[in-house]
Design a protein around this ligand. Sequence first.
Ligand code: FAD
Length: 337
Amino acid sequence: MVAMPSKHLRITVIGAGVIGLSCAYELAEAGHEVTVIADHGPGDTVSALAGALWFPYHAAGTEQVVERSLRRFVELAALGDTSADTATDDFTDDVPPVQMRTGVLHERLDPPDRSWVAPVVEVLGDDAVQPVDGGVRATLPMIMTSRYLAWLMDSCRMNGVAFQWRTVASLEELTGTTDAAVIAGGLRGGDLLGGDDAVAPVRGQLMLFANGDGGEDGPLLTDWVVDSDDPAHMTYVFPREDEIVVGGTSEPGSWDEAPDQATAEAILARAEALVPELTELPIIGHGAGLRPARETVRIEHVDGYDLPVIAAYGHGGAGVTLSWGTAERVVELVGEL
Ligand SMILES: Cc1cc2nc3c(=O)[nH]c(=O)nc-3n(C[C@H](O)[C@H](O)[C@H](O)COP(=O)(O)OP(=O)(O)OC[C@H]3O[C@@H](n4cnc5c(N)ncnc54)[C@H](O)[C@@H]3O)c2cc1C
């Protein structure tokens, strides 16, 4: 949690993906009057497509944001852990759809990139990350994204956040209605600022399997596996509760949001080689989406407008991972107004 600011402002957050909702929640918690405006509801954003494992994939330069987010997700996972006494009134009564899950990250680079280990050890201690043959075993938050976004939106509403479902065509139309705007527009984040050449899509395709029950319905998978440096394409298997997210691809510059059959077959072959149990489980869906990639994630004041503007976009393949740290930083930036 961040400290309560002395000044309470009317803040408009543009965007209802994981970044917009996290910022809205955190700003409302800090005592501000928050309105979210978005032309796509949470379930219809790229955020809903994310796996999502907490992992700072291609998130250089965001160390503090990474660690803050990890801390918050670990707290949320503890809220759902009924064995721990962690009752709180902050969120809805529903259990947050976040769980600590163990898995293996395959390492192909020499030397391997272990820059992500430092924040994990800082938050979870040495035992959370252990080198194993060919990689690293780690215990990290798994966020069941579609349920999580619904839960986060409920939590926002309980904190008094208002929602409007429409397009913001220009920042000028907000003048007089709000004291400040936070732009959490993902891939379109730069549009309201006259364009941002540093933003570009990185397409990702994935498929969904039904998870088993350990009996007649097939094996029940719980552990995740990631092979992000597979030269063919990144490969990952993220078991949620009822379903398993299996990916993926990383295709810079592609604007194609339709799943492609040949790509699905290639994902399937790589994933089944990693996790042979998948052959016993049914495929229940396919998806593709565009990661809002930017050279660096943008979280800063933007000058030159009639009202104070804070940019919070360009989170690439790590928007869920970076969401709470981004929201905490946005509250700090609002506090500086
Ligand atoms: C296949 C795939 C797998 C992924 N897996 C992971 C993972 O495991 N872990 C992880 O951390 N990340 C993952 N990601 C990345 C993650 O999904 C993104 O980084 C994140 O969703 C970006 O969130 P966002 O809120 O910035 O944008 P979005 O979710 O795109 O939301 C943007 C919002 O802004 C609104 N908007 C924009 N402009 C306007 C406007 N002018 N007026 C009104 N509304 C506007 C939209 O309607 C929408 O509500 C994955 C991405 C993909 C594609």
